[in-house]
Every structure is written in structure tokens, then in C-alpha cells.
Design a protein around this ligand. Structure first.
Ligand SMILES: [Zn+2]
Length: 68
């Protein structure tokens, strides 16, 4: 299991990126929301979408869930 976070600030394209602990692109603590512990990025992105409809996996740490 790993801890996932979502960026509270949208990217230029409107996506809120989901990151896993240890990612170099993890937002600062004040700019991220803790999603929970998950075994993969898919349920983490699903959880993030409850808050941000346009959530997407980080290209670097959640590549299987990166769609745009
Ligand atoms: Zn990341």
C-alpha cells in the first residue's frame, strides 16, 4: 500500500494531478490533499475524482493512470 495525494491546484490543462509518496513532483503540503492508502493509482484517482472531477495520475509516479 502507498499513500496518495491530490494537488489542490489544477494544472494548466485543468487536471488535478494525483501523486504517490516519494514523487519528485509532489506538491507542497499546503497545496495537496491526502487521499488515503491504496494498492495502485486507479482507486486513488477514483477517490480524487470525488473532490475534483478532473483528476489524473501524475506522468512520473502514476503513469498507468495518466491519460492526458
Ligand atoms: Zn507524481
Amino acid at each position: 500500500m502507498a499513500r496518495y495525494y491530490v494537488n489542490r491546484n489544477a494544472q494548466a490543462n485543468g487536471d488535478h494531478e494525483v501523486h504517490v509518496t516519494g514523487c519528485n513532483w509532489m506538491p507542497d503540503p499546503g497545496n495537496r490533499s491526502y487521499l488515503g492508502e491504496f494498492s495502485s493509482c486507479a482507486p486513488a484517482v477514483r477517490e480524487a475524482k470525488k473532490t475534483y472531477a478532473r483528476s489524473n495520475g501524475c506522468f512520473y509516479c502514476c503513469k498507468p493512470c495518466h491519460t492526458s
